[in-house]
Design a binder for this molecule. Structure first.
Ligand code: HEM
Length: 154
């Protein structure tokens, strides 16, 4: 298989895993388990986050490596890359920064509160995680629109 095709496939699949996972968590899982008592619900979120965030780390690394590989191999560098690539890089890097912030601060505090069985604290940190995930979901949809359609309008 051609190098560029492989990079593009890995890039698209990583975006699907990250953005699709956020869509499912926010739009489907969250409203479906809202009626469960806080201790049970928060423990469940702790398991969901632990598994999903591992996939996000992997997706994020693959997105960056394949995105920059494509810029250098397919476009011959930043100077000749069109505007949709620069926009995608911008929104993509904001997504990465938000995820790293969320993982290192609110999620670390959330895990500590869960370990201490401090449910009100855990719920407070989870609310911040939810807002970051929603922001990244919106940015992820915009970034994917740019990536998928840019070559037709840029
Ligand atoms: C942050 C650094 C990123 C860089 C440098 C980058 C770069 C690229 C490049 C060069 C393309 C090919 C576009 C074309 O030929 O028209 C592309 C496509 C695409 N990108 Fe990104 N991207 C980045 C992040 C992201 C993120 C975070 C997402 C979504 C979460 C994303 C979603 C897509 C999609 C859906 C495509 C179209 C499918 C494909 O060609 O693989 N990108 N990207």
């Amino acid at each position: 298989m051609q190098f560029s095709s492989l990079m593009s496939i890995l890039h698209a699949i990583s975006a699907i895993i990250w953005v699709g996972g956020m869509f499912f968590a926010h739009m489907v899982l969250r409203p479906s388990i809202n009626h469960i008592d806080p201790p049970q619900r928060l423990k469940m979120w702790a398991e969901v986050f632990r598994r999903f965030f591992a996939w996000v780390w992997l997706s994020l690394v693959v997105l960056l490596v394949t995105g920059y590989a494509s810029i250098f191999v397919d476009y011959g560098g930043f100077m000749s890359a069109s505007i949709h690539i620069h926009l995608m890089q911008g929104t993509g890097l904001v997504m990465v920064a938000l995820f790293v912030f969320m993982f290192t601060i609110p999620y670390a505090k959330f895990r500590r509160a869960i370990a201490a069985k401090d449910w009100p604290q855990a719920a407070g940190h989870q609310a911040i995680i939810r807002r970051v995930v929603l922001t990244n979901l919106i940015l992820g949809l915009i970034t994917s629109m740019l990536g998928a359609s840019g070559r037709f309008w840029a």
